[in-house]
Design a protein around this ligand. Structure first.
Ligand SMILES: Cc1ncc(COP(=O)(O)O)c(C=O)c1O
Length: 388
């Protein structure tokens, strides 16, 4: 175990990484790894991408931070890019995914309370993951995340994943919003059914409640469209994003549609660092590369290629892989065996993968991954399976 004074909240592998280029990572011993985790869907352009490096260099020499009591050119520019490329109107910048969810929860509550004092129930789904703050765990449908920290925020009610019946029965007039991941990441790469999403949308309209998509993991290109909702054709009132938005610098956001864009007013919400010129200039450069340089356009074909290669592995190891799961480059397989053990063995062979719930191994390569790199990852997975 590496000697340290970092609080022991992660089951960390005993590796210190010191350098990364593209899909490659190097540890302090000089060993090379193929990174199919991307910092859990963060490094969408891989490591040390020149677009990100140059944006960091340029902006750090110019202006790192000013208070949100003043404007800076890059939070204006980034909000323009995000709203021009969505069906939405205004953006609140945060520092992380959980913080984006916190803001969305506050927005739902305030929206409900403007109609009636007791319209404050927030629905969420079983198997979901929305982050680790008190608000976020209150809408995370996994008992292990909530139990040690009880009581959670009241009037948060769990709905069975993809159960239209349960959704209808719990969607009373007291509901102010429903928060869901269109494709669950940590939950095991399960997608909401179109019927479930359409019902949620209809019930929100009928009850004047808000539909919130948590696209922190599945958004920003990972499904082959900038926003995940575009893949489903169902427009949420509010979108939460983070992770890939900054390509490695900490930034998140919640984005409100016209109906909800003016719910929060001065004094309702804030954060010191949110939307500072440094992170926003990097996010602008990341989005420019993703949108205008063909990166997102290439995701569908890469996803198909990777799926076909994973299916070949499934045919070769039918007793070890039971299902190929996920969409876009949020993809993986259901393993017969311990995904944690699999992850450790993959690491020994020089491949980073990550597990999710329900025995799923997740593969989250950067969005600019090449077919040759996918082939290399499949070859390493094959070697792991041969010994697993
Ligand atoms: C879907 C989803 N929402 C929210 C979060 C929380 O994001 P953060 O860790 O940046 O707070 C995560 C993190 O994995 C996530 O996957």
């Amino acid at each position: 175990m590496i000697k340290n004074h970092v609080m022991n909240t992660y089951g960390r592998a005993d590796i210190i990484f010191e350098k990364g280029i593209g899909t490659k990572l190097y540890d302090t011993e000089g060993k090379e790894y193929l990174d199919f985790v991307s910092g859990i869907a963060v490094n969408c352009l891989g490591h040390s991408h020149p677009v990100i490096v140059n944006a960091i260099k340029a902006q750090s020499e110019k202006l790192m931070h000013v208070s949100n009591y003043y404007w800076n050119e890059y939070n204006i520019k980034l909000s323009d890019i995000l709203t021009k490329n969505s069906d939405h109107e205004s953006v609140f910048f945060t520092n992380s995914g959980a913080e984006a969810l916190e803001g969305a929860m506050k927005l739902c509550r305030k929206y409900g309370k403007t109609q009636s004092e007791d319209k404050d129930v927030i629905l969420y789904l079983s198997g979901s993951f929305h982050g680790r703050t008190m608000g976020a765990i209150s809408i995370t449908g996994q008992p292990a995340y909530q139990k040690p920290f009880m009581p959670i925020i009241p009037n948060t009610v769990m709905v069975e994943f993809n159960s239209v019946e349960d959704l209808k029965s719990k969607f009373t007039e007291k509901v102010c919003g429903i928060i869901l991941e269109p494709v669950q990441g940590e939950g095991g790469l399960s997608a909401c059914s179109m019927e479930f999403l359409q019902t949620a949308k209809d019930l929100c309209e009928k009850n004047d409640a808000l539909l919130v998509f948590d696209e922190v993991q599945c958004g920003i290109g990972r499904l082959g469209t900038l926003f995940a909702y575009e893949k489903f054709g169902i427009i949420p009132d509010v979108i939460c994003i983070a992770k890939a938005l900054g390509g490695g610098v900490p930034i998140g956001a919640f984005i409100a549609n016209e109906k909800t864009s003016n719910v929060l007013v001065p004094g309702d919400h804030g954060t010191t660092y949110g939307g500072n010129p440094f992170v926003c200039s990097v996010a602008c450069a990341v989005l420019d590369e993703l949108i205008n340089n063909g990166v997102i356009k290439g995701v569908d074909a890469k996803s198909e290629y990777m799926k076909s290669k994973l299916l070949e592995l499934k045919e070769k190891y039918p007793s070890k892989i039971s299902e190929i799961k996920g969409m876009g480059l949020l993809i993986g397989f259901k393993l017969e065996g311990s995904p944690k053990e699999f992850m450790t063995k993959a690491l020994e062979k020089g491949l980073l993968v990550i597990y999710a719930n329900n025995n799923v191994v997740r593969l989250l390569p950067p969005l600019n991954v090449t077919e040759a790199e996918i082939d290399a990852a499949i070859e390493l997975l094959d070697k792991v399976f041969a010994e697993f």
